[in-house]
Design a protein around this ligand. Structure first.
Ligand SMILES: NC(=O)c1ccc[n+]([C@@H]2O[C@H](COP(=O)([O-])OP(=O)(O)OC[C@H]3O[C@@H](n4cnc5c(N)ncnc54)[C@H](OP(=O)(O)O)[C@@H]3O)[C@@H](O)[C@H]2O)c1
Length: 325
């Protein structure tokens, strides 16, 4: 089979496609013929050696995919050869075949294409966990999403709207903001042109944001936090812009606000039942047309480098997917 190989941590340009032996499932595992794999910013951080986890090299990146089960290992009882599944694999998915634990599988929902299923876990599960469990977002609340046209950002925009919030999308270009408006944002802020704090105040009738979803960090975090409302919740999701911000804690005290950490991968491992329930609710939103979960860019497996270039150079919009076959 063909696979993207990371031989050592560092420059993503050193990644290459190589021929490898087909993987054989061990106990509790299945082998999936990958149809499509989701590409996310954490894949970039992982190959650069900047992610929380560091699998031993060489390894195949790619944390999530959708495909068809082609072999099963001993003890697998809930799935069979031929089943169409979504898998969260941690790595290995940028390949034609990947091994996955049975416990990491969900059936591909009726009516969902492989490419949509491939990209729905990391982005939507992260944003839903953040908004539902961590922020306890309520109907009618103001939700500000930074980096709103990115992978997790656009998912937060759609899920926030589906949960009945008033969604204010903040991003760096008009084109990105147009995408957010097409995905159910109520209003828009271009944080490269506008003063972010003043714009959030304006967009919320001076009340401030009830919830701020921040996957960007860096220079955007403090002005956003300065525009949080009374009892607001500030979701710390990631630092795609580079720097991990240092926050003056008096800002939190003055609004009785909460700074809330979000680590979806650890949540899914610690509480698989709650994660499975979240995924069921996300699939339900999709089937009822409340979220679109659109794939915005598809790359062939051989063109994987372009996906990494787009993520690294702030060009990615929405959901990126590698098509394996
Ligand atoms: N906490 C969790 O459980 C969890 C789960 C998944 C992902 N994450 C994190 O969430 C962040 C976003 O992931 P993603 O897959 O949504 O990434 P993405 O699609 O690349 O989106 C990131 C957004 O950040 C903004 N950005 C600002 N400066 C940037 C820069 N120098 N380079 C790249 N982007 C920049 C961009 O929006 P503008 O151009 O509009 O500013 C971009 O749309 C990452 O840090 C990732 O590690 C966290």
């Amino acid at each position: 089979m063909k696979a993207v190989i990371c031989k050592e941590y560092g420059d993503f340009h050193d990644l290459a496609i190589e021929e490898m032996d087909n993987p054989i499932p061990g106990p509790g595992q299945v082998c999936i013929d990958v149809k499509a794999a989701g590409m996310n910013f954490p894949d970039l951080l992982l190959v650069q050696g900047r992610y929380q986890m560091k699998p031993p090299t060489p390894f195949v990146p790619g944390a999530e995919c959708a495909g068809i089960i082609s072999a099963i290992g001993e003890g697998v009882s809930r799935f069979s050869i031929g089943d169409r599944v979504i898998a969260y694999t941690l790595n290995g998915a940028f390949a034609q075949k990947v091994l996955a634990a049975e416990t990491s599988l969900a059936p591909l929902p009726e009516g969902m294409d492989f490419d949509v299923g491939a990209g729905i876990t990391t982005t939507y599960a992260t944003s839903y966990y953040a908004l539902k469990q961590r922020a306890r977002l309520q109907k009618g609340e103001n939700l500000v999403v930074l980096g709103a046209a990115g992978g997790v950002g656009l998912a937060a925009v759609e899920l926030g709207a589906a949960m009945g919030a008033r969604v204010i999308a903040a991003a760096s270009t008009e084109e990105k903001l147009d995408l957010c408006m097409a995905h159910d944002a109520d209003s828009r802020i271009n944080y490269e042109k506008e003063d972010l704090k003043a714009a959030i105040k304006d967009a919320t009738d001076s009340k401030g944001a009830d919830v701020i979803y921040d996957p960007v960090g860096d220079k955007y975090a403090e002005p956003a936090l300065r525009a949080i409302g009374w009892n607001g919740r500030y979701l710390v999701v990631g630092f795609a812009a580079g720097e991990i911000p240092k926050i003056p804690l008096n800002l939190v005290l003055l609004k009785t606000a909460s700074l809330v950490g979000v680590f979806w991968g650890a949540f899914a491992m610690r509480d698989p039942a709650a994660h499975a329930q979240n995924m069921a609710e996300i699939f339900d939103f999709y089937q009822k047309g409340k979220i679109k979960a659109t794939v915005t860019r598809r790359y062939g497996l051989d063109d994987f480098m372009q996906g990494f270039e787009d993520l690294a150079n702030r060009r990615a919009k929405g959901k990126l997917v590698l098509i394996s076959s």
